[in-house]
Design a protein around this ligand. Structure first.
Ligand SMILES: Nc1ncnc2c1ncn2[C@@H]1O[C@H](COP(=O)(O)OP(=O)(O)OP(=O)(O)O)[C@@H](O)[C@H]1O
Ligand SMILES: [Mg+2]
Length: 262
């Protein structure tokens, strides 16, 4: 469903700041795959997401999504079918607009939010209640008043209101306090599994990387150095994972935010 074939990206080529961020990377995801991604700082995880989302065109290789070649499709077009969350909860929602207006925009159905129907509101209320954060009773408040965790949870709802073909989560719980992160993660799992959304999630939490999803990729220096799934993954501990990374990358996993347990 997502097929990356030999993609490469070098930043600032031919200068002293030249940086090969992705090197001849190939990856094939099946429909419904939920892939977790770990890697050292600067390994190219966010760059991989940028390449898939179309933030830039790759220097080489091709990208296929849902059977369509999107290698040279602009970012705004891909955004219709690719949902994305970042570490920063301030991204992805409009602070000056209310919760229900944000959801109406994300739902995209009834056009502009002034046409929001009673049914739309009921649907939004039900979705918000899933978060167990009390947001269903604050639908007419501006999003700017929400805490980071509440806002990130809302962004997740918005990104999946119309289930995307592909969901990219780039350390989307890293900036949240542990309790809130746990909640957002739980709802992530629920939404992704219920809708069978093909998902890639970057995390620095090793336990999360093994607990969630059906496949784990490890990146280093712009490459995928390990790809585990199935039985091999099912029996894996955090220590095994780190050892496998060391063996695959030839060095220890070095991420300044690395978490070995919850
Ligand atoms: N727009 C850019 N211009 C120049 N260099 C860039 C750009 N984006 C990323 N890089 C470089 O590419 C490399 C990969 O960066 P990337 O952000 O993908 O790493 P990452 O794996 O997401 O790391 P982290 O765990 O710290 O988020 C880094 O050396 C980074 O400095
Ligand atoms: Mg990153």
């Amino acid at each position: 469903m997502l097929k990356l074939s030999h993609i490469s990206k070098t930043f600032n080529p031919g200068t002293v700041n030249e940086k090969k961020a992705l090197t001849d990377l190939s990856l094939h995801l099946r429909q419904g795959d939920f892939v977790t991604i770990i890697g050292s700082n600067g390994a190219g995880k966010s760059t991989l997401f940028n390449a898939v989302a179309g933030s830039f065109f790759t220097d080489a290789g091709s990208i296929e999504l849902g059977g369509r070649d999107i290698t040279f499709q602009p970012e705004f077009k891909r955004a219709r079918v690719i949902g994305r969350l970042f570490q920063d909860p301030m991204r992805g929602s409009a602070p000056g607009m209310t919760i229900e207006e944000n959801l109406a925009l994300a739902a995209g159905s009834g056009g502009w939010f002034s046409h929001m129907t009673k049914r739309d509101r009921e649907r939004f209320r039900d979705r918000l209640a899933l978060l167990e954060m009390g947001l269903e009773d604050r639908m007419r408040q501006p999003v700017g008043l929400l805490s980071g965790g509440q806002r990130q949870a809302l962004t997740l709802l918005m990104a999946t209101m119309v289930p995307p073909q592909l969901l990219l989560l780039d350390e989307h719980t890293a900036a949240l306090d542990p309790g809130t992160a746990e909640k957002v993660l739980k709802i992530t799992r629920q939404i992704v599994e219920e809708n069978r959304i093909t998902t890639m999630m970057v995390t620095h939490n090793m336990k999360q990387a093994l607990d969630l999803g059906n496949r784990t990729l490890m990146m280093d220096s712009g490459k995928i150095v390990l790809d585990v799934s199935g039985e091999e993954r099912a029996g894996m501990t955090v220590d095994d994972l780190l050892e496998r990374f060391r063996a695959g990358a030839g060095k220890v996993l070095d991420n300044d935010r690395i978490l070995l347990s919850d």
